[in-house]
Design a protein around this ligand. Structure first.
Ligand code: PMP
Length: 364
């Protein structure tokens, strides 16, 4: 529609317009039931189908092997931080964490409530990931945890950490279904939906079978992977509307070439923006080392000498005139941040870089 804006928000983030239109079309009368999906039982045949279809779509889109379960829980990414610890720490009482930014730091802090947490390397300088040769693992760790894409800091792993036989746990809240991955390499994948695959309210958990069955006794049933798996993610009332919309996003990804195509577009979109920043003669500046620059969240400063706060305010203000929204960086890091999730198109990014070039011309 003509009233849409360009939305570069970090999450909740832009959803495909086609999906929103479908939701709108079905809102008052889902499949001729005379009511919306929001008003139906989570045990109805209609919701049961959505639940099954969405699980199947995750399997198809990510090529999930048979010995993994796909679960939908509530509590967001943050709930999953606690869930990971309570479901997996029991084996040895200790876990290894790779802290590379805001979200892995928070996950480590949450896990410390439930057991021993060791850091695989001292917290690195912002925008870097220490070389794998310098990492130290605890052979007694129940698992190794990392955040595949640090949404706030703009740091993304370009590789999967090698942990040998220790289960690897990944937070993919801001990168799920943006890159083809080998699920076999992971013990558990957690991902809040609200960036690349749906609205807030549902978190996808992909867990290997052999990691089920040993939760801590204090683990609440709503975060207990074993229990939720047995109950097929309808142990209690799920966020039915969120799962319904997420399932539509899965269909949209399938229609648009699957994860392979999302990856191709993510590479193209982020390259265009980073190239614009790097070729601006220092007017724009990205503080992240090239090898770990995020394809999803691009933090940058505006103005020579690594940023000028007054100019940044003006940049945001002018952006609004071009209908470009949610470009302000996270409050903890300042500057700008453009998030380029699956629903953000190459044309959206082309419009952004066009604006950036014009702004530079005007101010430099
Ligand atoms: N992990 C990552 C990578 C995130 O980006 C976020 C949210 N921005 C979270 C975890 C926390 O998610 P939630 O707000 O759903 O708890």
């Amino acid at each position: 529609g003509s009233n849409s804006v360009l939305n570069f928000g970090a999450g909740p983030a832009k959803l495909p317009r086609e999906v929103l239109l479908e939701v709108q079309g079905e809102l008052l009368n889902y499949q001729n039931m005379g009511m919306s999906i929001m008003e139906m039982s989570h045990r109805s045949p209609e919701y049961s189908k959505i639940n099954a279809d969405a699980q199947k779509a995750v399997r198809e889109l990510m090529n999930v092997p048979d010995n993994y379960r796909v679960l939908f829980i509530q509590g967001g990414g943050t709930g999953a931080f606690a869930a990971v610890a309570m479901n997996l720490l029991n084996r040895t009482g200790s876990a290894d964490y790779l802290v590379t930014g805001t979200w892995s730091r928070k996950a480590a802090k949450e896990a410390r409530k439930y057991g021993n947490v060791k850091l695989v390397f001292p917290e690195p300088e912002l925008g870097t990931i220490p070389d794998q040769s310098t990492w130290t693992f605890d052979p007694e760790a129940s698992y190794v945890y990392y955040c595949a894409n640090e949404t706030v800091d703009g740091v993304e792993f370009g590789f999967i950490p090698e942990t040998h036989d220790v289960p690897l746990i990944a937070d993919m809240s801001s990168s799920i279904m943006t890159k083809e991955i080998d699920v076999k390499k992971f013990g558990v994948i957690i991902a809040g939906a609200q960036k690349n695959i749906g609205p807030a309210g549902v978190t996808v958990i992909i867990v290997r079978d052999d990691l089920l069955g040993n939760p801590m006794t204090i683990c609440p049933s709503i975060l207990d992977f074993t229990h939720i798996s047995k109950e097929n993610s309808v142990h209690n009332t799920p966020a039915t509307f969120s799962v319904y919309v997420m399932n539509k996003v899965f269909d949209w990804i399938k229609r648009n070439g699957g994860v392979k195509e999302m990856e191709k577009q993510a590479n193209e979109k982020s390259k265009l923006l980073y190239d614009t920043i790097d070729n601006s003669d220092g007017f724009y500046y990205c503080p992240i080392s090239e090898e770990c620059r995020s394809r999803m969240n691009v933090p940058f400063r505006v103005g020579f000498n690594k940023g000028n706060v007054a100019l940044e305010a003006e940049f945001l203000d002018h952006a609004l005139k071009y209908n470009m929204h949610q470009l302000k960086g996270h409050r903890s890091v300042g500057g700008m941040r453009a998030s380029l999730y699956n629903a953000v198109t190459l044309e959206d990014v082309q419009a952004l870089v066009k604006y950036m070039k014009e702004f530079q011309k005007e101010k430099a």
